[in-house]
Design a protein around this ligand. Structure first.
Ligand code: FES
Length: 117
């Protein structure tokens, strides 16, 4: 088994592809620069991986976010409000303090996306 020196408690993949964040197609924005700044400012980089990705698949649902950890993946869709991104940053910071990914805030229950059949 391979090992990495860069061990994190989890990863948040934020889609910014052909549809998510494509404001030129009248899709809602993804605050990528703000997220990167907050991740840096709050010292999250080494414990919670933030990845800005190209299309992750379910384009018909705007603004997809995927949370990965050793307990699996959780897909979210319709993350279109700036306050939702703020809430995800706060959750990542609380998770870092706890040493493991905490359950996502209740407000995201309505945004859980099932991409598999
Ligand atoms: S662009 Fe985000 S799922 Fe395709």
């Amino acid at each position: 088994m391979l090992e990495t020196k860069r061990r994190v408690i989890g990863q948040m993949i934020v889609c910014q592809g052909c549809c998510c964040g494509a404001t030129q197609k009248d899709r809602p924005p993804v605050p990528v620069d703000w997220l990167k700044d907050e991740w840096r400012r709050r010292g999250l980089l080494k414990r919670v991986q933030l990845s800005i990705s190209g299309c992750v698949g379910p384009c018909d649902t705007p603004n997809v976010v995927v949370v990965n950890s050793d307990s699996g993946s959780q897909w979210l869709g319709n993350i279109t409000d700036f306050n939702q991104y703020r809430s995800l940053v706060d959750w990542a910071a609380r998770s870092m303090e706890a040493g493991h990914l905490l359950e996502l805030p209740r407000e995201f229950k309505a945004h859980v996306l099932e991409p598999w059949r």
